[in-house]
Design a protein. Structure first.
Length: 338
């Protein structure tokens, strides 16, 4: 008998993973990787086999920072072939504006104008790559947009530069005639001591100050709202009410810890249940229509087989919770009590 909780794109499941999630080789600040790197084309094959619908990426997950244009084109071609062979799509693309040492003091908020210009140029190339792969959503996670000490910069200057960069990028995308949406992802800290626009709530306000606010929304992440002990359900609910839930990063997190990016549903099961219930719309309000994206990775103790078990577990947990949410909202006794 088929397992009803097995994911299947044919029956409408829209699960996605980042190349950097199943591709995470288990390195942490205290030790190197514990499992081999899986090449992007193999990740595509593995995700398709696991029942995922799509794969998302940072520019540098596919194309190394220092690749020549010829190397870039070859890597993109191979990747596109793997997508076609395995029937996977790329709904979202993002730009790595945090790993290279040039971004140590920020990218769009760096005090050095030359760094800001370089960050914008890199984001343009990242967007071009996304468009080439068919993405309709571009995520911005400003991991380095913050400080360890506010002596470094007045946050009002940082925010102004952030706005200037996003306004430019929105205008440029419109000039190209591309139908893209930007989804801004908040995080309170890590890798910076304090990151600007720390929560989805901060982000929702900031978006209203942008020139092309209609094309900008949020990408809330469970771990990032739970790190400081906030409610992901309320963050997502507020984003949905504002019509701004453009993407979502599903994972799990214990309050007060470093960003754990754990398997979806592996912590705070009640929070995960109410989140899925909200996304699925079984409680009456409209459902979220976008992909269900997992920004999580396997434990460092897992080998490559364990990574694929982890991926299957994320999707299976989501589907079980969706079935429970539907049952909950259809239960006459529950309805009466509510
Ligand atoms: C994190 C972040 C990142 C971003 C990703 C996309 O775990 O700190 O969530 O994983 O989502 O870089 O921009
Ligand atoms: Mn994320
Ligand atoms: Mn995270």
């Amino acid at each position: 008998m088929p397992d009803p909780f097995d994911p299947s794109p044919d029956s409408g499941d829209r699960f996605t993973f980042g190349l950097w999630t199943v591709g995470n080789p288990g390195a942490d600040p205290f030790g190197p990787r514990t499992r081999p790197r899986i090449p992007p084309t193999e990740i595509v094959a593995g995700l398709a086999k696991a029942g995922a619908w799509g794969v998302n990426l940072h520019d540098n997950d596919l194309v190394p920072f220092d690749a020549s244009p010829t190397e870039r084109d070859l890597l993109v071609k191979e990747f596109q072939q793997a997508l076609a062979d395995h029937g996977l799509v790329v709904p979202m693309a993002t730009t790595n504006l945090f790993s290279h040492p040039v971004f140590r003091d920020g990218a769009f908020t760096a005090s050095d104008a030359a760094v800001r210009a370089f960050a914008v140029r890199k984001a343009m190339k990242g967007i071009e790559l996304g468009v080439e792969l068919g993405a309709s959503t571009v995520v911005f996670w400003g991991g380095r947009e913050g400080v360890e000490t506010d002596a470094a910069r007045d946050c009002r200057d940082g925010l102004g530069w952030y706005r200037e960069c996003l306004n430019f990028l929105c205008g440029w995308v419109k000039d190209q005639g591309w139908d893209l949406k930007f989804a801004l992802e908040a995080k309170p800290n890590e890798p910076r001591g304090d990151i600007y626009l720390a929560t989805t709530g901060h982000m929702l306000h900031f978006i209203e100050t942008l020139e092309h606010r209609e094309m900008c929304g949020v990408n809330p992440e469970v771990a990032h709202e739970n790190m400081p002990g906030l409610s992901m359900v309320h963050a997502v609910g507020q984003a949905m009410e504002a019509g701004k839930l453009f993407h979502i990063d599903l994972n799990a997190q214990r309050i007060g810890r470093y960003d754990q990016d754990l398997r979806f549903g592996s912590e705070d099961l009640k929070g995960a249940f109410f989140l899925v219930r909200m996304l699925e719309g079984t409680c009456g309000h409209p459902a979220y229509e976008g992909p269900r994206h997992f920004d999580a990775h396997a434990y460092r103790t897992e080998d490559v087989d364990g990574v694929w078990d982890f991926a299957a577990g994320c999707m299976r947990s989501y589907k079980i919770l969706a079935a429970r949410a539907a049952a909950f909202d259809a239960d006459p006794e529950v309805l009466e009590i509510l």
